[in-house]
Design a protein around this ligand. Structure first.
Ligand SMILES: [Zn+2]
Length: 193
């Protein structure tokens, strides 16, 4: 699936206030996503993943401390996978750089983060390690669908099974996933918002 996801990704952006520190794009992509990132910059909520559909693209973003991480992909990439990628990217970014110390020196050029591309490519390549695929039967679609669950929601869960809402084709299921990534229940639910 890593090959697959690489073809679905539009961009990955790490920003601090007005400044883009790092941007990843697929090979041969020259499109600018500055406006898309600007769209989510006003959100100051910490540590919560937000989802957004914009035209033919879906976006996931999260603010962590002074950094804002944004990822954009085709509509058919699942949010759990995009979240898992951002979590791993955040982890790696902080492993390499002590961000608070770097920015305490004042003027910082985004050039210092340029080589992060190699790490991002590696994370994308190994994305299968961050998620599990489970099968969910949808009685509306009348078929079994693949649902991707990020490992971290099971690892960080305080109780089981973990509920996960699976929105697809205009309807939604609540699925209940146990600590072994086994689906313990599926319910069709009403949606509003
Ligand atoms: Zn369905």
């Amino acid at each position: 699936m890593s090959k697959n996801i690489q073809n679905k990704l539009h961009f990955i952006n790490i920003s601090k206030e007005e400044m883009t520190l790092f941007e990843w794009k697929p090979p041969r992509s020259f499109k600018s996503y500055i406006l898309d990132v600007n769209l989510v910059k006003d959100n100051m909520t910490q540590d919560i993943f937000f989802h957004l559909n914009k035209g033919n693209m879906k976006m996931v973003y999260i603010r962590k401390g002074i950094l804002l991480y944004t990822i954009g992909s085709d509509q058919d990439a699942q949010f759990q996978l995009l979240e898992a990628l951002l979590e791993q990217i955040d982890k790696k970014f902080h492993e390499i750089w002590d961000i608070d110390v770097i920015f305490s020196y004042g003027n910082v050029s985004s050039n210092i983060f340029k080589d992060f591309t190699t790490h991002v490519n590696e994370i994308i390549e190994n994305c299968n390690e961050l998620i599990k695929k489970v099968d969910v039967y949808c009685r509306v679609c009348k078929k079994t669908l693949p649902l991707y669950v990020k490992n971290s929601i099971i690892e960080n869960a305080v109780s089981f099974p973990v509920p996960l809402v699976f929105t697809h084709r205009g309807h939604a299921l609540v699925t209940y996933i146990d600590q072994n990534f086994v689906v313990r229940g599926v319910e069709l639910v009403n949606i509003t918002g």
